[in-house]
Design a protein around this ligand. Structure first.
Ligand code: ADP
Ligand code: MG
Length: 698
């Protein structure tokens, strides 16, 4: 069989050393295999040429063949446009350009035959095609060709005549050489069961499809495969782990839990909280190690659920710990948990980087002696130095960056891995959750505690500062507190930002009678904590801050979140920030301040924020706007997100289907012994070598 990955691209006819370097550097194409997996970004249907007489305004992209009779320019300034009259013997149609007029007139000659491609539309009762693609007839091999592929190339490549047509020519040589079938990458059973094209056919048709239907089938096969192996990797890994480790069994719900539930719980649990507790109970009682993601919008009461789970661990004789991403949050959790457990005989301690010396030593030794039941801290600290003799449950708060590898580090703390509960308020679209957190079970708190009023979100332009300040003053008079958030300070960037420092001065001038505090990431921890304390205690009424306050901070009396330069924030960040208010009984507000000129995408982001408070809707929108590669968490997840052909935003159905297929295979073949699946396990091995080293993790 053919192994294309060992064939250097340099030796393909028409390439040679110079072009090979360009292909290496610009597109990371080194071998024939790499070239074959460089897929077109669009196709033009060359299979049919229409007559001008048949055209109406309702057609998709079509192709014509004809000669330009004459050019005409009309209008002035922005109205200026070029019209070329194209005739083919059956009629005449207008081709229109609004830009590049001079270029077009110079490039195309009268009375020469061209192939014109574009989408007809109707203007002033006449059919025309705006900004068509035009090719010389000799460049286009008609009829035999079906759909013509177009490949992205870089400016540098184009300057060296390595344009889409050049790639196409190289590709056609490789494809013609593919006489033998390529080594198949899916099992015969999968190919048969799901009516997939063979790999060889799929690659042939992804580049040179004879018709749109064959193209669709080729795309389907390749997307299927791409998503399938991601899921198979994750699920295989998760199965291996299950087989290797048992989970601690929390058999009882005992005194500690019951005492808390009946005497300390200050409110009724929501139904969603109850449901999630049940799900966790089931996991921790099953003998399997729990790896569960708890998603719930900001303020939905995840901390309480986590605490109750930790109490179950204690009831069964284990220790538990909760890990927060920042010191501020760890501190806040510590205070919350301590006050909730007041009067119960449970020892809770806080451990962060700033707790040193004797105090630290005392905590560490009390932990090893099992005298401390609950430890709350920041994750670096807990990962590195702590020895838990009986760690039964780890709760990781507000971390959507906590991938498989980090979780695995925690397991090394005891012979048997503890149960792990990861909590996040950043809703993750289902498809991403299945990939980043593919080995986790997911619980969702989809209900806010009663009495919460949805935050009212307003978009306001810079120029209306006076009314904003009036509003802030009014809220302060009513006893509320205000956050004003600026984008991160980056001194190196010369962007014209009213940065936090200027903002702080301005706010102090504007509100001379109000106590204003300030928090940013470059401050010393002790200063930061002091400023936070001022705000939490209510001594300071306004907090000017960067996004350090983004996650978790809980000040129910704060009712206004002002986000300056809101155009600089991503959707999930804006949603997180908004979640800092609306935690008390009062109506809260989020004011997104931007300047007047906004990019289209920014405008869409702000519209979504104003329209909805639903974190999941926002996450889906974010995925569509930005694509999965840019979303937080994907980089750290250890999963390759530079998908070649599948798209997590568009192919979610297929993703769910292949996940089911992969799951069934892993369940039916737990030890990788079924010969029917040999191809799959071999392929998995090869992929593991190039991607993440999953096996070393477990
Ligand atoms: P999250 O971590 O999910 O953003 P928290 O756990 O910080 O949310 O809870 C937000 C606030 O809601 C806290 O003040 C908490 O005490 C309160 N809370 C949690 N559960 C309930 C409930 N069932 N009823 C009323 N208030 C609740
Ligand atoms: Mg929280």
């Amino acid at each position: 069989m053919f192994d294309l990955s060992t064939r250097d691209i340099q030796f393909l006819s028409g390439v040679g050393p110079q072009r090979a370097v360009l292909l290496n550097k610009e597109l990371q194409i080194y071998s024939l295999h790499d070239l074959l997996y460089y897929f077109p970004y669009k196709y033009i249907d060359r299979s049919h040429i229409y007559h001008i007489a048949e055209i109406d305004g309702n057609m998709p992209y079509i192709q014509l063949k004809g000669k330009i009779q004459r050019f005409e320019t009309l209008g002035e300034g922005k109205q200026r446009r070029l019209i070329a009259y194209l005739a083919d013997g059956t009629g005449t149609i207008e081709l229109i350009w609004f830009q590049g007029i001079k270029y077009v007139i110079n490039k195309y000659k009268l009375s020469q035959e061209y192939i014109v491609f574009g989408k007809p539309s109707i203007y002033n009762n006449k059919v025309n095609i705006a900004h068509p693609d035009i090719d010389n007839v000799s460049d286009v091999v008609l009829s035999s060709m079906g759909m013509q592929p177009y490949y992205n190339t870089t400016e540098k490549m184009k300057r060296n005549f390595l344009n889409s047509h050049a790639i196409e020519k190289m590709m056609s040589i490789v494809i013609k050489q593919l006489q033998e079938p390529l080594l198949e990458t899916l099992s015969a059973k999968i190919i048969a069961d799901y009516h997939l094209m063979s790999l060889t056919e799929a690659l042939r048709n992804i580049h040179f499809p004879k018709n749109p239907d064959l193209l669709r089938r080729a795309q389907y096969r390749l997307k299927f495969e791409e998503l399938f192996y991601i899921q198979l990797t994750i699920l295989r890994y998760s199965k291996d782990r299950q087989q290797k480790y048992k989970g601690y069994v929390f058999t009882t719900i005992g005194n500690i839990f019951h005492t808390f539930y009946s005497q300390h719980l200050p409110f009724q649990l929501t139904n969603a909280q109850k449901r999630v507790l049940k799900e966790i109970r089931k996991d921790t009682g099953s003998g399997r190690q729990m790896n569960r993601l708890l998603q719930g919008d900001v303020g939905s009461g995840k901390t309480l659920v986590a605490l109750m789970c930790m109490l179950i661990a204690l009831d069964n004789g284990y220790q538990a710990c909760m890990i927060a991403p920042t010191e501020i949050l760890a501190h806040q959790h510590y205070e919350t948990v301590k006050s909730l457990l007041e009067g119960m005989n449970i020892r809770v301690e806080l451990l962060t980087g700033s707790i040193r010396g004797k105090k630290r030593k005392a905590i560490l030794s009390a932990l090893s002696a099992k005298e401390i039941h609950l430890l709350i801290g920041t994750h670096a600290v807990i990962e590195d130095t702590v020895n838990f003799p009986a760690l039964g449950l780890v709760v990781i708060d507000e971390q959507h960056r906590f991938g498989v590898a980090q979780r695995a580090r925690l397991w090394n703390k005891s012979i048997q891995p503890p149960h792990v509960l990861v909590m996040t308020a950043t809703p993750i679209p289902r498809t991403l959750a299945m990939t980043i957190y593919g080995d986790l079970d997911v619980s969702v708190i989809d209900e806010l505690p009663p009495g919460r009023k949805p935050v009212n979100t307003i978009h306001q332009f810079d120029s209306r500062k006076e009314s904003l300040y009036r509003f802030i003053r009014q809220q302060i008079t009513e006893g509320r507190q205000i956050y004003i958030v600026y984008p991160l300070i980056r001194e190196s960037e010369k962007i014209d930002l009213k940065n936090l420092e200027e903002g702080f001065v301005r706010i102090c001038e504007e509100f001379p009678d109000v106590n204003v505090c300030k928090v940013h990431g470059k401050m010393k921890t002790s200063d930061k904590d002091e400023q936070m304390r001022l705000f939490v205690s209510g001594e300071a009424r306004i907090m000017v801050a960067t996004t350090v306050i983004e996650v978790g901070v809980n000040v129910p009396n704060a009712s206004v979140m002002v986000v300056e330069n809101a155009e600089r924030f991503g959707l999930s960040q804006l949603h997180q920030l908004r979640g800092r208010v609306g935690r008390g009984a009062e109506q809260s507000y989020c004011v997104l301040v931007t300047n007047y000129k906004l990019a289209e995408e920014t405008r869409k982001r702000l519209e979504i924020m104003v329209r909805t408070n639903d974190g999941f809707e926002i996450a889906e929108a974010d995925l569509k706007l930005r694509g999965p590669g840019d979303l937080e968490g994907t980089q750290q997840s250890g999963i390759p997100f530079d998908l070649k052909i599948a798209n997590l935003a568009r192919d979610s159905q297929l993703l769910q289907q292949v996940r089911g297929i992969a799951q069934a295979i892993v369940d039916a073949d737990p030890m990788n012994t079924n010969p029917e699946n040999e191809i799959l396990w071999e392929r998995l091995k090869a992929l593991r070598k190039t991607n993440v080293n999953w096996s070393s993790i477990s």
